[in-house]
Design a protein around this ligand. Structure first.
Ligand code: GAL
Length: 800
């Protein structure tokens, strides 16, 4: 057996591989605003005939000869909305999107034109060329060298286009994209532009098409039967014969098993799917604690040469949803402890470099969260890769409950793209479609979408996020997993009436909190940073989590939301430009409620006191002190004097009324016999800036990056909880600052300081700066200053 593998490896290494080349087209785009209401300002779009002939060449913006040198140069991911100013308005469209001037009312900032020049090698003539867009917001019309290529309507699901016939092998190739963000798809900040990666794939005429591999397995203890479905396509004018095989390696690349070669005859323009199987023993399961990823390859050979080879990462795991006992991963029962999230982050809007996906998923995982719902749209691939490799479960959501060809196609693209990810445990076919979820339309559409899901991925099932309390009629009658958006009080009755339908809290909780704020402030639009305030349709964290934790029939649930996101200011409007629903703010700084969830979602010993202890103006007055902990008993001390010992109710918190005196408020607790302590202290005045980077080394690839969190501290290094000092950032050498933020949901300061010094005020002691690596191995040196305070310096090594 072993010998065969070595022979295979030997042959594999000497046989020439002419597989696909996937080239990044992220860098060096030219960008200019168009105009949605005036063709003269929209590069004659609407004045000139652009669709009357096959190739629109000489005189339009689509021509490679068009001069775009005065346009700005941007790299993708790019979100133009994050750079626009905030504009006060009274419309729902504007407040839900974070008061940014985009949409039909703002014609001058709602159309973006992008142009990208690239060249290809003459030696590649005869190959197939495909352009792949991972995500453009939205309604993107695409031309190459004056030829119309296609329109991607979706702002979230990407698409690929075969552009072979339009390639110029002699000189410049120019991709032109008109992005039209005059219509919204959601009711939250969506950004606009080419905000995900762009790729050029060069491949042989006989090849595995994009997303053409589907690997799935049945598992029996340590044994597995792996099925690999490989699509093979022939783009020749003549039929073609190929041989296809698949193999699997462990994560280090060690070959474990290989199928026989299977002959396939492909007709002219033919496409076929081959199913091959491998039996494996002694598999390592993919789990949250050990997210072990194998590599599965499919190989296409012609005339004894490898003409294509594609890889997908794969994890062996079983998933079960039981209506009475709850959720099981690999036979192990635990609660789904999830968060809902939109895709934007402080400073950068929706244009997240890949390293940000890992940063955000890690923060959620550290809190004890084990699941992520991509609400309400297809996430980017890199987010799923982060979830696969860090161990986070995902509910992958389709944008609309609609079965028209457009939305069916979007669902198909989503499932084909994502069905190999072990992290994806469930599809969601939609969210809160109030006009149809309770009637026959909703039911019929749900059935159509579920049939597509089953066709493309029989290994998983679907849910739908319904704000329907215990109503059954409509989508709920047919959906395999009933999703509850809020109305946690109705879950028990629903379970009584429909005991065989598993129940998931698709949106739960939804306490609104502003980090570091302890009084409601209607002027600045802040809400207290405790588990107190929630909209009428929602609940406090403790209300839903107690129910979910204590009743086996709950699979668990997803908090609305993990992170704050732009748009949807609630309960206030302007000046509030971002939501407060997050357990973490928009920078990822924890709010107090973080410690509630971490207490009951993780095994780490937690003891957290709030509020801070800087209340000069409240000496002698009572202050409500909250303690979040998972210890059995907690005793609180003010300046060494005991204020009493209390036992901690499960899934809850403790409170003391403390007459304020400056000094130290300390808690001492015992968890499993181990002592834990925690304190808050009255700090001195701010004297220094402290800056902490999330890593010390980055790859010098122009894409990797670092998140630097800044605190304003006193002489003893204690964060000053109400410090709002302006902070200035200077970066030396070739990396760049790509965004700044502070988590203040009412801040109107710019996130990008393109035309001047980079700066951001701290909000309640903290702010954040995000750096992107350069391409040399010089150190990145960031200086962080604030007037009158000692400065901080951060040095990051760049390595090749
Ligand atoms: C839900 C909705 C979410 C968000 C949330 C705010 O009804 O599904 O997208 O709008 O309300 O509370």
């Amino acid at each position: 057996m072993k010998k065969t593998f070595y022979i295979f490896l030997l042959l594999w290494s000497i046989s020439p591989i002419i597989a696909q080349q996937k080239i990044s087209l992220d860098e060096g785009w030219k960008f200019h605003f168009g105009h949605s209401a005036n063709p003269d300002k929209d590069f004659d779009y609407g004045n000139k005939l652009l669709f009357h002939k096959s190739n629109i060449y000489e005189t339009t913006i689509l021509s490679p000869k068009f001069i775009d040198t005065t346009w700005s140069t941007v790299n993708v991911p790019h979100d133009w909305v994050v750079e626009l100013p905030f504009v006060k308005s009274t419309t729902h469209e504007m407040d839900s999107h974070g008061y940014k001037p985009v949409g039909g009312t703002y014609p001058e900032t709602s159309i973006g034109w992008y142009r990208k020049h690239f060249s290809v090698a003459k030696k590649d003539e005869g190959k197939r060329f495909e352009i792949q867009f991972d995500g453009i917001y939205r309604n993107a019309s695409i031309w190459l060298n004056g030829f119309y290529v296609g329109t991607n309507f979706s702002g979230y699901v990407g698409n690929s286009y075969d552009v072979t016939d339009y390639i110029n092998f002699e000189g410049d190739n120019v991709l032109v994209i008109r992005v039209d963000a005059t219509q919204f798809e959601g009711w939250f900040y969506e950004g606009a532009g080419i905000y995900r990666h762009v790729w050029l794939t060069i491949r042989n005429s006989t090849h595995i098409p994009t997303d053409g591999i589907f690997a799935h397995a049945t598992i029996d203890g340590k044994k597995a039967k792996l099925t690999i479905e490989t699509e093979v396509e022939n783009k020749n004018l003549t039929g073609s014969t190929a041989f296809v095989y698949s193999y699997i390696t462990d994560r280090n690349g060690k070959l474990l098993a290989k199928t026989a070669e299977q002959k396939v005859e492909l007709a002219v323009n033919g496409k076929t799917t081959l199913k091959q199987q491998l039996n494996l023993s002694n598999i390592t399961l993919w789990s949250l604690e050990n997210p072990y990823l194998y590599k599965v390859y499919s190989v296409v050979k012609q005339n004894n040469r490898i003409v294509d080879q594609q890889k997908v990462n794969f994890g062996f795991r079983t998933v079960a949803f039981d209506a009475k006992k709850g959720f099981f991963l690999n036979g192990k029962n635990f609660k789904i402890q999830g968060t809902n999230n939109h895709q934007d982050h402080a400073g950068i809007g929706s244009a997240l470099p890949d390293f940000m996906q890992y940063y955000r998923i890690k923060l959620l995982k550290e809190m004890g969260s084990n699941a992520y719902r991509a609400s309400h749209n297809a996430p980017t691939k890199e987010l799923l890769e982060a979830c696969d490799s860090l161990g986070m479960l995902v509910v992958d959501e389709h944008r609309l409950l609609n079965s028209s060809p457009e939305y069916v196609d979007q669902l198909k693209r989503l499932i084909k793209r994502d069905r190999n990810h072990p992290s994806v445990i469930l599809w969601s076919i939609g969210n809160e479609e109030q006009n149809i979820q309770g009637n026959e339309y909703g039911k019929r559409i749900a059935l159509s979408l579920m049939a597509i899901q089953k066709e493309l991925d029989p290994t998983r099932t679907s849910t739908y996020a319904a704000d329907m309390a215990n109503e059954y009629k409509g989508v709920n009658e047919v959906i395999p997993i009933r999703g509850f958006n809020y109305r946690e009080y109705a879950v028990a009755d629903y379970h009584r009436d429909h005991p065989n339908q598993p129940l998931l809290g698709t949106e739960m909780g939804s306490t609104v909190t502003t980090r570091g704020i302890y009084e409601k402030d209607e002027i600045r639009a802040y809400v207290p940073d405790q588990d107190i305030t929630h909209p009428w349709w929602a609940s406090k964290a403790e209300t839903w989590w107690k129910l979910a934790a204590e009743n086996d029939y709950w699979l668990g649930g997803f908090v609305w939301t993990g992170f704050d996101y732009r748009g949807e200011p609630t309960p206030y409007k302007w000046p509030n430009i971002s939501s407060h629903f997050g357990i973490l703010d928009v920078c990822g700084f924890p709010k107090n409620i973080y410690y509630y969830y971490k207490s009951w979602w993780s095994n780490a010993p937690i003891l957290h006191i709030s509020p801070h202890w800087n209340w000069e103006e409240k000496i002698g007055q009572p202050i409500e002190v909250w303690v979040n902990s998972n210890a059995e008993e907690v005793e609180l001390f003010l300046n060494g004097k005991s204020l009493g010992k209390k036992s901690m109710p499960r899934n809850s918190h403790l409170k003391w009324n403390v007459v304020y005196q400056p000094g130290t408020l300390e808690a001492i607790a015992f968890k499993n016999g181990e002592k834990i302590t925690s304190k808050v202290e009255t700090t001195g005045v701010a004297t220094k800036v402290l800056a902490v980077a999330n890593k010390t080394t980055v790859l010098a690839d122009g894409k990797d990056g670092v998140i630097v969190n800044v605190s304003i501290v006193d002489e003893k290094g204690r964060e000053v909880p109400n410090a709002n000092n302006m902070v200035f950032f200077e970066l030396e050498v070739d990396g760049q600052i790509i965004g700044v933020g502070n988590g203040d949901p009412s801040s109107h300061e710019p996130d990008k300081c393109r035309n001047g010094a980079w700066q951001r005020s701290a909000f309640n002691g903290k702010c954040q700066v995000i750096l992107q690596a350069g391409k040399t191995t010089n150190d990145l040196v960031l200086t962080v200053k604030s007037n009158g305070l000692a400065k901080a310096k951060v040095v990051i090594n760049q390595k090749k």
